[in-house]
Write a protein that binds this ligand. Structure first.
Ligand code: PGA
Length: 252
């Protein structure tokens, strides 16, 4: 049966010194929560230092992006082999900010997911509709396409973590209601059931992301198909992030 996951996406925040301090504070507060997985995804420049801080603890390391080749002439890029080498277990792929500002599309996401898996990393594949798409009533079309294309010809789909992050909820303070999120999570699990069968689909972790705080996570995490959270802004403050972990660990 699936276990909860709480992942902190630090985005483009924190110097090395700030990252070490934040990781230390989270490490101290999170030590008692053993039932699930806690992931820190600092910027690339702090991955090594954070990996040193969390060595031997219940915290795991994640990266925020990855290239889909092992090596080569791709100036400025980071390969999955390098992430593995530095101690990453997870990698966030297809975040809406990558899709919006860096023009990543479903086929890029798909290539990255495949390469991450064959390198031994666990992809956290992000999907989600914009405000405009929700208003047009095409949320399921958009999310369904992103899930199916992102997982096209992927072999170990049950190893992938999916994060449903409505774009209109990211960094806006406008969190989805528990019912809104559950509806999309159940829709995603339905797609997984069609591809994988019922048992394997039940093992896939589907996280909610978008303006999660320790005050609003309680309702969301009580829903059947919400298995954890991908947290941006609130993961930059140790007490907020630990508060979120506490709520999730207490309810799942
Ligand atoms: P937020 O970001 O929690 O700041 O809304 C979530 C995310 O982008 O993963």
């Amino acid at each position: 049966m699936r276990k909860w996951i709480v992942a902190g996406n630090w985005k483009m925040h924190n110097t090395v010194a700030e990252s070490i301090a934040l990781a230390e504070a989270i490490k101290n507060g999170a030590a008692k929560f053993q039932g699930g997985k806690i992931v820190l995804a600092p910027p690339f420049t702090a991955l090594f230092h954070v990996s040193e801080v969390i060595k031997g603890t219940n915290l795991l390391l994640g990266a925020q992006n990855v290239h889909n080749e092992e090596k080569g002439a791709f100036t400025g890029e980071i390969s999955p082999v390098m992430l593995k080498d530095i101690g990453c277990t997870y990698v966030i792929i297809g975040h809406s900010e990558r899709r919006k500002y860096f023009h990543e599309q479903d086929n890029n996401v798909n290539l990255k997911v495949k390469k991450a898996l064959t390198t031994g990393l666990i992809p956290i594949m992000c999907v989600g509709e914009t405000d405009e798409e929700r208003l047009k009533g095409i949320t399921n079309d958009v999310v369904g396409r992103q899930v199916k294309q992102g997982l096209k010809e992927v072999e170990k789909i049950d190893s992938v973590v999916i994060a449903y992050e409505p774009v209109w909820a990211i960094g806006t303070g406008k969190v989805a209601t528990a019912a809104q999120a559950q509806e999309v999570h159940a829709f995603i699990r339905g797609i997984l059931k069609n591809i994988l069968g019922s048992n394997a689909a039940d093992d896939v972790c589907i996280l909610y992301g978008g303006s999660v705080t320790k005050n609003n996570i309680g309702d969301l995490i009580s829903m059947a198909d919400i298995d954890g959270a991908l947290v941006g802004g609130a993961s930059l403050k140790a007490d907020e992030f630990i508060g979120i972990i506490k709520e999730i660990a207490g309810k799942k």
